[in-house]
Design a protein around this ligand. Structure first.
Ligand SMILES: *[C@@H]1O[C@H](CO)[C@@H](O)[C@H](O)[C@H]1NC(C)=O
Ligand SMILES: *[C@@H]1O[C@H](CO)[C@@H](O)[C@H](O)[C@H]1NC(C)=O
Ligand SMILES: *[C@@H]1O[C@H](CO)[C@@H](O)[C@H](O)[C@H]1NC(C)=O
Ligand SMILES: *[C@@H]1O[C@H](CO)[C@@H](O)[C@H](O)[C@H]1NC(C)=O
Ligand SMILES: *[C@@H]1O[C@H](CO)[C@@H](O)[C@H](O)[C@H]1NC(C)=O
Ligand SMILES: *[C@@H]1O[C@H](CO)[C@@H](O)[C@H](O)[C@H]1NC(C)=O
Ligand SMILES: *[C@@H]1O[C@H](CO)[C@@H](O)[C@H](O)[C@H]1NC(C)=O
Ligand SMILES: *[C@@H]1O[C@H](CO)[C@@H](O)[C@H](O)[C@H]1NC(C)=O
Ligand SMILES: *[C@@H]1O[C@H](CO)[C@@H](O)[C@H](O)[C@H]1NC(C)=O
Ligand SMILES: *[C@@H]1O[C@H](CO)[C@@H](O)[C@H](O)[C@H]1NC(C)=O
Length: 627
């Protein structure tokens, strides 16, 4: 393989390079390896994007396929989260001057405008609820299978990506496009965040229903940036200004004094030590920020203490980490309790640790100082035993030694990944805890995107920066103006208006007005039985049990055997429907009658009582499951 020689050598003016020649040569090798793998990773991501991506047959224009893997696991879908993170990487590449990416971003904008209008099991655009749907088929149609839904990070991440693109457009003669095409997509997403941030949903790993640190952190950022970009274009986002402080306030609850707890408001019992938190810190990195604990900036005491706790949680559980000293990098995964594919390290999680540290280094260099407190002392001492509580200013050898220890530690995570990347350079989702071989979905787009963003962060951490830091560094999102925590946290919500972003090219007639109908049915069930609703429209699964809507038994009692369904249905239409009962062995029992319902007019709210249906099961009862 022909490797390009790296251009980013260390900046001697920062003296961050350890003195020994060996170490410098080693760094040069690492830079060369990173440069080569970054090229492969960028191409790997592009290959998974429709319509022309080499590994994305059938994907519509601008649609990101999560992985070309169609079996064990089947990831041939598009996720809102993965797509937004991938296109954030591509927008950042555009900002560095690679304008050849622009047409692809335009495709992405259109694909997202269309997907916003697709009614799905989470709901519709009209109610906003449909924006929380995590994944779709690569032809922009709904996926009806059971899934952890809704996931409320998607709209926030998409807004962040499109805001970054909008800023570029505003500086590059694209004001009309930004206002007419992009803003209506962003506005829907911001409205979603302002309305739903205070409700539970599934986390980024699609496993835990609750409040997720990652989700709240990116929601806060989205509303802060959203308010600013709206103002800049002469629009307004009332929900942004009123809700962002409330989110920041709630975000403080995730800090337990020792580490960030990934999920709260959940019944799932785990330590909470999870790469969710590292990914949250890098997704909200602001190069202009001080090392603020409130926003968990990469260089903050909390985020560094958390990084150590997170990394250490993997030292003793993966065979491939055996014998690595406590001062060095190890392979890391999602969380120690993980059992998916037997629980392995993930490339993107290991790379995220490096990226957090590269972000932190950018922040210390830009602020010209670094503070150690009792909160992050253990982190510092693990990588630099002489570290003590105090302030260290740039220009001193203590500052140089500390930042250089952080750089060495960060590079160690990249070296671990490089060690376990196959010779082809392709990045799958996981690498074996036993021997480091690639596992699970191959060519995972998010893995590729994470390599490119890691490389960009390292470049920014190791390049002499003049006063104009862009485009080497990612732009600020305004953290400095949005890091003061209100003294009282408020549970709140601002109801939003959601309209199809027609300027970006939504399909005619899509995204029309719906009414959220509450179906309540008394249906006594045995343990292991479930009630579904189906009917004669796509929203109801067209009489197919496999596509039927699953009921919620949260309020089921022996006095009131209630199953309920909240379904967004087109206003002023009529439906035929019935309830289904699935036995614990998988077989289906149907109600003996078909029912009809006239959906009320646009604007009807279930709270007024006019969109509530009260039914009682009519048909065969099931059989108790054995055992
Ligand atoms: C610029 O983007 C194109 C895709 O539009 C990609 O093929 C190319 O490798 C990128 N160039 C660099 C230097 O990253
Ligand atoms: C979209 O893709 C799904 C899954 O491959 C397929 O079942 C469906 O028929 C496709 N729909 C359209 C409109 O192409
Ligand atoms: C809603 O916000 C309040 C105030 O911060 C908080 O106590 C509560 O846990 C939040 N609930 C959810 C589901 O976000
Ligand atoms: C920084 O590291 C160098 C080289 O190891 C060492 O000589 C120097 O004493 C250190 N500076 C401080 C303040 O510890
Ligand atoms: C590596 O470990 C995986 C399980 O983690 C196993 O399936 C595979 O066979 C092992 N490969 C080698 C070369 O030992
Ligand atoms: C379920 O119970 C909760 C708490 O009592 C109540 O607020 C909610 O309205 C109920 N939902 C339905 C669909 O009955
Ligand atoms: C579904 O059934 C209702 C009630 O019978 C009927 O009015 C409506 O046209 C049907 N919808 C479709 C899409 O067939
Ligand atoms: C499931 O159980 C029911 C009742 O016990 C029985 O009638 C049915 O045949 C079973 N179905 C399957 C697929 O085993
Ligand atoms: C009644 O329901 C069945 C499914 O159980 C469906 O196949 C049939 O088309 C429905 N008939 C009418 C008239 O809606
Ligand atoms: C459902 O059960 C409750 C409690 O027994 C009862 O008050 C209600 O009338 C029932 N609803 C229907 C539609 O039968």
């Amino acid at each position: 393989m022909l490797l390009k020689i790296p251009v980013f050598l260390f900046a001697t003016s920062f003296n961050v390079v350890a003195a020994s020649l060996n170490s410098q040569l080693h760094r040069r090798d690492l830079a060369a390896t990173i440069a080569a793998e970054r090229t492969i990773a960028l191409q790997g991501a592009l290959d998974n994007i429709g319509p022309n991506g080499a590994k994305a047959p059938g994907a519509y224009a601008g649609v990101v396929v999560a992985s070309p893997s169609t079996d064990d696991p089947n990831y041939y879908y598009t996720w809102i989260r993965d797509s937004a993170l991938t296109f954030k990487m591509l927008v950042d590449e555009l900002l560095t001057g690679n304008t050849s990416i622009k047409p692809l971003i335009e495709d992405y904008v259109k694909s997202q405008a269309i997907i916003q209008t697709v009614s799905n099991p989470s709901g519709s655009l009209s109610s906003g609820r449909g924006l929380g749907e995590p994944k779709f088929y690569v032809n922009e149609t709904r996926f009806n299978g059971p899934w952890g839904r809704p996931q409320r990070d998607g709209p926030a991440l998409r807004a962040i990506t499109l805001i970054a693109y909008t800023r570029w457009l505003l500086k590059n003669d694209g004001t009309a496009e930004a206002k007419a095409d992009i803003w209506p997509v962003i506005r829907n997403d911001l409205n979603y965040v302002a309305q739903f941030w205070n409700q539970t949903g599934f986390d980024l790993w699609e496993e835990v229903s609750g409040s997720s640190f990652f989700t709240l952190a990116v929601q806060h950022r989205a509303l802060v940036e959203g308010a600013a970009i709206a103002k800049q274009m002469g629009f307004s986002c009332a929900g942004c200004d009123s809700q962002s402080p409330n989110i920041l306030c709630f975000l403080q609850s995730f800090w337990n004094g020792k580490h960030i707890v990934a999920n709260i408001n959940t019944a799932v019992q785990r330590t909470g030590i999870d790469s969710n938190t590292i990914l949250g810190s890098i997704a909200t990195f602001d190069p202009d920020a001080y090392c603020m604990d409130a926003t968990f900036q990469p260089c903050s005491h909390r985020a560094l203490a958390n990084l150590k706790v997170y990394v250490d949680s993997f030292r003793d559980i993966y065979d491939i980490n055996a014998g690595i000293p406590a001062s060095s990098a190890v392979a890391t995964g999602r969380y120690a309790e993980d059992i998916y594919f037997n629980g392995n390290p993930w490339y993107l999680c290991t790379l995220a640790v490096a990226e957090q540290l590269y972000g932190a280094i950018q922040q210390w260099l830009a602020r010209h100082n670094l503070f150690i407190t009792e909160v992050d002392l253990a982190f510092w001492q693990s990588i630099y035993p002489q570290a003590k509580i105090g302030q260290y200013n740039s220009g001193t050898s203590s500052f140089d030694n500390l930042t250089s220890a952080a750089m060495r530690f960060a590079d160690g995570f990249v070296e671990i990944v490089d060690k376990y990347v196959p010779v082809s350079g392709s990045l799958s989702e996981q690498y074996s805890r036993e021997n480091g071989t690639a596992l699970s979905a191959h060519d995972l787009t998010w893995s590729y995107a994470s390599y490119v963003t890691m490389a960009a962060a390292r470049r920014a951490a190791t390049t002499v920066l003049a006063s104009a830091r862009e485009p080497i560094q990612v732009p600020s999102w305004g953290e400095r103006s949005a890091n003061s925590v209100p003294s009282v946290c408020v549970a709140s919500s601002v109801a939003g208006n959601y309209t199809p972003a027609t300027g970006a090219g939504t399909l005619a007639g899509a995204g029309g007005c719906t009414v959220t109908v509450l179906f309540r049915v008394n249906a006594t069930t045995y343990y292991g039985e479930n009630i579904y609703l189906t009917g004669n429209t796509t929203d109801l699964g067209n009489w197919s049990p496999a596509e039927a809507v699953p009921g919620n038994a949260a309020n089921y009692t022996s006095e009131r055997p209630l199953w309920y369904f909240e379904i967004d249905l087109p206003a002023s239409t009529a439906i035929s429907y019935k309830y289904l009962r699935q036995e614990s062995n998988g077989s289906w029992l149907y109600e003996s009658q078909n029912r009809t319902y006239a959906v009320p007019v646009c604007g009807t709210q279930a709270e007024t009582g006019s969109a509530i249906v009260e039914d009682a099961w009519v048909g065969p009862t099931g059989t108790p499951s054995k055992g």
